[in-house]
Design a protein around this ligand. Structure first.
Ligand code: GYE
Length: 306
């Protein structure tokens, strides 16, 4: 960072790069692992990190980004809670000459010059892989298969894209029907509360598709309380593959998980350095990930880092 700071803070004039990062919040196990990854890798890379937790609110993220612009950080990175509504603040950063990197979630801005790159998963693919597993699992089923869906945070890229990918995949079998779909906001409490309503309103639920592990874990409580056996009476598909989710899968309470890696820190720090050095970087950096069955979860758990 350079120049005088009028915020009362000491400017970092030790030659260190300063990164301002605005995080979504602390809604899930995934998010905690993501925050840890960013903090640890900043330290390892010798980058000074200014970190803000927006508590799930877009307006808090916009405020944090404006503060980073004022503080003249070298690079701004953030995980946008929802997809739309970013053009104005992104233009402000661009006009101030501060490069922006998107991590984890995308924005829907038409002007791609507003950010340098987007590092993160292909959420449509995660939804598709989940749906394809179900199509294969139910290929010999004769009657209608009733599915309930717990969506992530309304308006967020992972909720929009996972829903889309799943719907596209299950269209392959007209017997697969989504009978209810609502947001559980990516939290355990949300997953539990919405699953309770689903169970009350629908006597026959065959499958739960939850947009993340945490909502699936919350739903487990509702399912058990309703006297049903998770993983058997109701098959459960989730996304993320954090430790608690993997444990539920290994225990046979979940049936399938599409992985979404939260370990984005090292790539982010690498790109921060490249951007500052004036190197061109790819517009899109896609995270490599896999899927897990119960057997694969058992094998992977002992060395799972998050
Ligand atoms: O799947 C969920 C978290 O944006 C990929 O956000 C992330 C999602 C993740 O709350 O657990």
């Amino acid at each position: 960072a350079c120049g005088n700071s009028d915020t009362g803070e000491q400017p970092a004039d030790d030659g260190k790069l300063t990164l301002g990062f605005s995080q979504v919040g602390a809604e899930s196990g995934w998010r905690t692992a993501n925050t840890n990854s960013i903090k640890e890798s900043a330290k390892e890379a010798g980058i000074e990190l200014k970190f803000d937790d927006a508590q799930g609110k877009q307006e808090n993220q916009i405020t944090a980004i404006r503060n980073y612009i004022q503080q003249k950080v070298d690079v701004i990175a953030f995980s946008p809670v929802v997809e739309s509504g970013w053009d104005t603040v992104l233009k402000e950063a661009k006009d101030a000459g501060i490069p922006v990197i998107l991590t984890d979630r995308a924005v829907d801005s038409a002007d791609k010059s507003l950010y340098k790159t987007f590092i993160g998963s292909d959420f449509v693919k995660e939804g598709k892989l989940s749906g394809e597993w179900l199509v294969n699992e139910t290929k010999s089923a004769t009657g209608v298969v009733n599915i309930v869906e717990l969506q992530g945070t309304t308006g967020s890229a992972p909720a929009n894209d996972r829903k889309k990918g799943f719907a596209e995949a299950i269209a392959a079998n007209p017997n697969l029907k989504v009978i209810a779909s609502q947001t559980g906001d990516f939290t355990r409490a949300g997953g539990k509360a919405v699953m309770e309503q689903f169970l009350k309103a629908n006597p026959k639920i065959d499958v739960l598709f939850a947009h993340n592990d945490d909502m699936g874990l919350g739903a487990l409580e509702a399912i058990t309380a309703a006297g049903k056996v998770p993983g058997k009476d109701i098959k459960i598909i989730t996304i993320d593959a954090v430790k608690d989710g993997m444990q539920a899968l290994a225990d046979g309470k979940f049936n399938f998980i599409a992985e979404c890696s939260p370990l984005l820190g090292p790539q982010l720090m690498e790109m921060v350095k490249k951007v500052k050095a004036g190197e061109t970087i790819p517009q899109r950096i896609e995270t490599v990930e896999t899927t897990f069955t119960p057997e694969q979860a058992k094998a992977a758990l002992p060395t799972r880092k998050y």
